[in-house]
Design a binder for this molecule. Structure first.
Ligand SMILES: NC(=O)c1ccc[n+]([C@@H]2O[C@H](COP(=O)([O-])OP(=O)(O)OC[C@H]3O[C@@H](n4cnc5c(N)ncnc54)[C@H](O)[C@@H]3O)[C@@H](O)[C@H]2O)c1
Length: 431
């Protein structure tokens, strides 16, 4: 059944979801208060880098299944499903700032049609649906229902993740709503899990916090390996063979970043405190991650005999590969640290230079490629595992570097033997 769907918030989640639902044949309106974003999307231009997204947007705009607007009345009137996908940043006390969600509910309410389903896809704590429901009820007389369908996509593979999700979690209680939402998601996966709205919301936070915790755990193991001669990659291979643990998703390095993990860990820690469970492991995970870069930079400073006066090439400015999103990217802490400690920095990234520039000191130089950034540098630091940084020819590059030369490989892309064999001192993580 073709449905009319309004997607409120055309950020990472909203744009991808709108495009995928339009590809399934539904009539979708992407709605945002940011008129510049809407103007750009209307022309098929995606304001951020996400593999495969621009093609999908262009094809669904041209098939007339997808439109973009800033007009609530236009988008919401007649919509069978209204999806709220606006941001939920952490407030000063760590709790999720739900003001954007409430505002979206308030603006939608007067235009809802009888029987509309309002779906919250933003990451929100349990209890949010009741508040949103009461805001809407105060502004409309129509009968509507509210459900939670949290989003689990990953930036960098967002289109693929949305077209082929591991699972869809539907948090709803009304049988008609459950049927409609199952019908909507059926073409994407057979693995549809129907639970209460509270469980759906907890599942979203739990998934992100668990993954953040794995990264923190790997970092703690890496720190121990650095003291005792073990190699963290070998240790993780050793434990990954255990089916209860698994060999995927181990990323020892400078800690987790991006727009979700750091805020979601802080939010669940604050939520736990608000319900009387103040002593959570979430606080410890957040603390370890917040202090991680400072701790590692001090170790790296010793390794290079002090960064002061040295030229450093930074490879990778986004928070992870295949995205130009720089929210809580390691470069945002590493580069100011280096400059404060007297280093000269030349930075490069395949996609994220323009995004990060306004957030870094003016003395940073930028280079269009790794080879050019490395030219003249004494220290190379790899911060992100972009494909182009996985097979750099250091045998060639060493001749363009100042001596003595150092490689700090925070993603463990190379081996000590490989790099020291060409005359560059090597330091990985947890080795
Ligand atoms: N980015 C991710 O990888 C990801 C993955 C899963 C879940 N989430 C969650 O999804 C939600 C959205 O994340 P995002 O990264 O897409 O956010 P984003 O910051 O990229 O986009 C949010 C958009 O909402 C718009 N907006 C704000 N208030 C509005 C209003 N009243 N009406 C209409 N539009 C409004 C903003 O202009 C912006 O374009 C968050 O709760 C986030 O935690 C994000």
């Amino acid at each position: 059944m073709v449905m009319k769907i309004a997607c409120i918030g055309t950020g990472f989640v909203g744009v991808v979801t709108s495009a995928v639902l339009a590809k399934l044949g539904h009539t979708v309106a992407g709605l945002d208060i940011d008129e510049k974003k809407i103007a750009s999307l209307t022309e098929g231009k995606v304001p951020f880098y996400e593999p495969g997204l621009e093609e999908l947007i262009l094809s669904t705009i041209s098939s007339q299944n997808l439109t973009f607007t800033s007009n609530y009345e236009l988008a919401i009137s007649g919509a069978d499903i209204v999806m709220i996908m606006v941001g939920t940043p952490s407030a000063a006390d760590g709790q999720a700032d739900l003001s954007y969600v409430y505002k979206a509910a308030e603006s939608s309410a007067p235009h809802l049609k009888e029987g509309a389903i309002v779906v919250i896809k933003s990451t929100v704590p349990p209890g949010t649906n009741a508040k949103v429901s009461s805001i809407i009820s105060g502004l409309t007389k129509v009968d509507f229902d509210i459900a939670s369908v949290p989003e689990f996509l990953k930036e960098g593979t967002a289109v693929e993740d949305t077209l082929h999700p591991d699972r869809i979690v539907i948090g709803a209680t009304n049988p008609k709503t459950i049927e409609t939402l199952k019908e909507l998601h059926k073409p994407l996966t057979d693995n549809i899990i129907v639970v209460s709205p509270e469980s759906a919301q907890m599942a979203k936070y739990s998934a992100n916090v668990y993954l953040a915790m794995r990264i923190t755990f790997a970092n703690q193991i890496a720190d121990l390996c650095e003291k005792n001669g073990a190699d963290v990659d070998e240790v993780l291979r050793g434990i990954g063979a255990d089916k209860r643990i698994g060999s995927h998703y181990w990323y020892p390095g400078l800690g987790y970043g991006g727009s979700c993990f750091p805020k979601d860990v802080k939010e669940i820690a604050a939520y736990a405190k608000s319900v009387g469970e103040a002593e959570s492991i979430f606080i410890a995970v957040d603390d370890r991650n917040e202090n991680r870069i400072e701790k590692m930079m001090q170790k790296f400073d010793k390794f290079v005999n002090g960064f002061a006066g040295k030229s450093v090439a930074i490879l990778g400015l986004s928070f992870k590969p295949n995205t130009n999103d720089t929210r809580v990217a390691p470069a945002l802490k590493v580069i100011p640290w280096l400059i404060d400690h007297g280093a000269k920095v030349t930075a490069t990234d395949p996609k994220a230079i323009e995004e990060i520039k306004p957030h870094l000191p003016g003395s940073v130089l930028y280079s269009p490629s790794a080879n050019k950034a490395i030219n003249g540098a004494q220290v190379v630091m790899i911060l992100v595992e972009w494909d182009e940084y996985k097979s750099l020819d250091f045998r060639e590059l060493v001749s363009s570097m100042s001596k003595p030369s150092y490689l700090i490989d925070t993603r463990n892309l190379y081996t000590k033997d490989q790099i020291e064999g060409v005359g560059i001192a090597y330091r990985g993580i947890g080795k």
